[in-house]
Design a binder for this molecule. Sequence first.
Ligand SMILES: Cc1cc2nc3c(=O)[nH]c(=O)nc-3n(C[C@H](O)[C@H](O)[C@H](O)COP(=O)(O)OP(=O)(O)OC[C@H]3O[C@@H](n4cnc5c(N)ncnc54)[C@H](O)[C@@H]3O)c2cc1C
Length: 484
Amino acid sequence: MKIAIIGAGIAGIAASIRMAVKGHDIDVFEANDYPGGKLSAFDQGGYRFDAGPSLFTMPQYVDELFRLAGKKPEDFFVYDTLDLVCNYFWDDSTRLHAWSDPQRFAQEVAATFGVPESQLLQILEEARFKYELTGKTFLEKNLYSWRTWLTREVGAALLKISKLDVFQTMNGVHERYFSEPKMVQLFNRFATYNGSNPYKAPGLLSMIPHFEHGIGAFYPKGGMVSITNSLYQLALSLGVRFHFSEPVTQIVVEQKKVRGIRTAAQGLLPFDRVISNMDVFFTYHKLLPELPRPHRILRQEKSTSALIFYWGIRRSFPELHLHNILFSNNYKEEFAQLQAGKVFDDPTVYINISSKCSPEDAPPGCENWFTMVNVPYNAGQDWDTIIVETRKRVLEKVSHNLGTDIEALLENESVLEPRSIEHKTSSHLGALYGTSSNNPFAAFLRHPNFSKQVQGLYFCGGSVHPGGGIPLALLSAKIVAELT
Ligand SMILES: Cc1cc2nc3c(=O)[nH]c(=O)nc-3n(C[C@H](O)[C@H](O)[C@H](O)COP(=O)(O)OP(=O)(O)OC[C@H]3O[C@@H](n4cnc5c(N)ncnc54)[C@H](O)[C@@H]3O)c2cc1C
C-alpha cells in the first residue's frame, strides 16, 4: 500500500518504520524543516539544548524498532542507565538523592526522613503490581476491540480491581503510605509525567514511579535528540521518503474512504492509507473541516503545558545532577492554581543539565540548564507578563537553594512557552501530553488510533490513545501498525 504519514514527530517516525518493515511504500510529510517535533535540539552560543523531553524511560520501545528492522539496536542507539535518577531540593535545605535502585533509595529516605525502608519498598512494589496488571492492556492495545477485553490479563485486572485505586486519587494513595509530607509531595510529582494533577488523577497512576525505580531511567548518548536522529536514520535506511517544510493542508475523503492528501507544494497526492501524527484536534479542525467531529473527545481537558528557560550558565554546580527538582512550599496550592489556569508564585522548578552526562553540551566549566516550570495550557493568559514574573521567582528560588546569585551567571537565554509550543508543533493550546489524566475514565476518553468514520484513516502520537510522553507515543505507532 501507499501510505502517507502527516508529521515526523517521534510517533510518526516510529509508524513509518513499522509500516516500511511490513513492506508498504511510505511518505512522511512534515511542516518543519527537521524531524522529531517536540523531540528536537538546538544550539545557543556554544551550548547545546534538547528542546523538549529530557527524561528517557522505557528504552525497550526504541530498541524494538531496530530489532523489527533486523538490526542490533546497540549498533545505532546507545544509552546509559542512571544510578541517580533525581536530586530533590526543598527550600528549608532538605535534600534527597533518589537512587534508581529501590534498596538504596529506601536507605536514603530512611536516613533523611526517618521513614522505614519497608514503606518505600512497599509503595514501589505496589507501583510494579499496578503496572504489570494493567500496562499491557491499557498502554499497548486498541481499547476499541472486543479482542482486547477477552484476554487473561483483563480478567486478572478485573479480579483485583479494588487494589488498583481507580477511584482514589494519587495523593490519597501516597498519604496512605507516608505521614512525611515531603515524601507525599515527592510521589505526587509523578502525576506531572503526563501533565496531570495528583489531587485529581486516579491512584492507578501511582504505578508511574515503577518506570524510574523498577524499569529504570536512562540517558541516550548524544542527548535526547539521538532518539529522533537514530530512528530517522533507520526509517531512511528502510526506504521511507521524508518531505520537510511540506505541511499537509487536507486529508482527501470520498465516500467515507481516504483517497489521499493535499499539500500546498504538490496539490493532490493519492494514497491508500493516511496516518496522522498531527495533534488530533487540529487534524479534524484543519485537515478534515467537513467531517463531523467527535466533540466529546476533542473537548477533554488538556494536559498542562510548560514554561522553559534555556540558560547557558558560566559555572558548574556539583550538587546538581542530570535531573533536579526544587519543590514548591505548597504543592496543593500550586496544582489548584494550575487547574484555575494560573501559574503559582512559588512554582516547583525542574532543572535538567545534559552537560552533566555529555560535557560537550557546554563550554568547559559551564552548564546548560533546561529550567522548567509546569504552567497551564494556553487559555489566552497574559503570557508576556507571566514569563517576566515567573522568571524572577524561578531565579530567586534557585539562587536561594544554591546560595548563589544565578542571574549573574547567565551567559545566554531563550524561552519556550505554551504559545510557541503550539506554534512549533501544532499542539492544541500548547499542551505537552494531549489530554490530561485527571479522571478515572481518561484512558477511554482519548481518541482511538483509527477513524470510526473514514476507512483508511489512522492516528498516532501523544494526543491520541494511549497518551503523551515518548514511550506512549511510540506505543501509539505500534497499535496503528497492528490495525492496518
Ligand atoms: C517541553 C517538553 C518536555 C517534555 N518532557 C518529556 C519527558 O521528559 N519525557 C517524555 O517522555 N516526554 C516528554 N514530553 C512529551 C513528548 O515530547 C511528547 O509526548 C512526544 O514527543 C510527542 O510526540 P508526537 O510524535 O506525538 O508529536 P510531536 O512531537 O508534536 O510531532 C508532531 C509533528 O507533526 C508535525 N505537523 C503538525 N501538523 C502538520 C501538518 N499539517 N503537516 C505536516 N506536519 C505537521 C509537527 O510539525 C510535528 O513535527 C515533553 C514535551 C515537551 C514539549
